[in-house]
Design a protein around this ligand. Sequence first.
Ligand code: SAH
Length: 352
Amino acid sequence: MTPLADLLARRIAATGPITLADYMADCLLHPDHGYYATRDPFGAAGDFTTAPEISQMFGEVLGLCIAQAWLDQGTPTPFTLAEIGPGRGTLMADVLRATRRIPGFHAAAQVTLIEASVTLRDRQRVTLGTHPAQWLDTADALPAAPLFLIANEFFDALPIRQFTRDAAGWRECMVGLTDARLTFGLSAPAPLARLQHRLHDNRPGDIVEVCPAAPAINTAIAQRIATHGGAAIIIDYGNWRSKGNTLQALRAHTFTDPLGEPGLADLTAHVDFQALAAAAAFCRATLTDQGTLLHRLGIAHRTETLARALHGAALENHLAAYRRLTGPSEMGTLFKALAFHPGTSQPPPGFD
Ligand code: SAH
């Protein structure tokens, strides 16, 4: 039993089953035992790999996209250049390198990283080196200023609640104890106002997931953009509407039991982009898929340019990274990109 499993089992024995969201919150960010709070999980030696860790091209083309959106909106100065959930800081470092020759962009940008994990903040400081940056705990703390923000694989790392349709109500997925082991169970059925609109597209037994923290975070971001200008680009795996059980646990690049090793495995769920867009109602929202976006932003051309200096295994790896980021059977269509921008300005390049 992991130390966190022991702690959770004692809590459940004392006060009863907990929601899946409460379970995930402790697994991911418990200050002493949480997955992100205690480690750097990325890369071949870690548990999973993300797009910026696969290739520098991901951050480069997104950086140029953001910079062009800043130019299109009349170079607002100063502005917040933010990333939420920055992992190792690789994406922001690639954005900064790709945009350093754009006149005025770096001088106007207040680089801001929103990160909950102290361990990963330290890692991000190392990656960004001497580049000035500030760290915030939450999106609510973002300044009242034009905001250009990127989030990659951030929303999938937020805790979800999971509901199973039962006649005219819903039963919630709970984590309880059976023979002193953590097990899933379902609460008694109850009507749920926030899922009333999902009764018509779900039948008894169907599962719907809700991410309770996402709307407030997105509202905070979209309010800054609607009031002061800017844009947000949110990339993640998921669909327009949540459907089915998408909870998964990953350890050492292998799927594992979500209740098996609390605090030691990464827990994620697909992102419901419709819910994200609804929370940003004062902005215009456009959804495309990752492969389409990266191609429109010129990743094929960038792949060719970088390939000229490569040979042998390095060239093979580079081409494989391009295929992995854009291929329809790899990340190209499973991953979606959602942009928010003020109704008065055009969408960022690649989203029109
Ligand atoms: N964007 C990075 C990392 C994705 S992993 C990449 O693409 O490689 C998720 C990141 O979100 C981690 O940095 C994690 O510590 C952070 N995170 C998770 N929950 C958070 C929260 N509630 N607030 C801020 N950051 C959070």
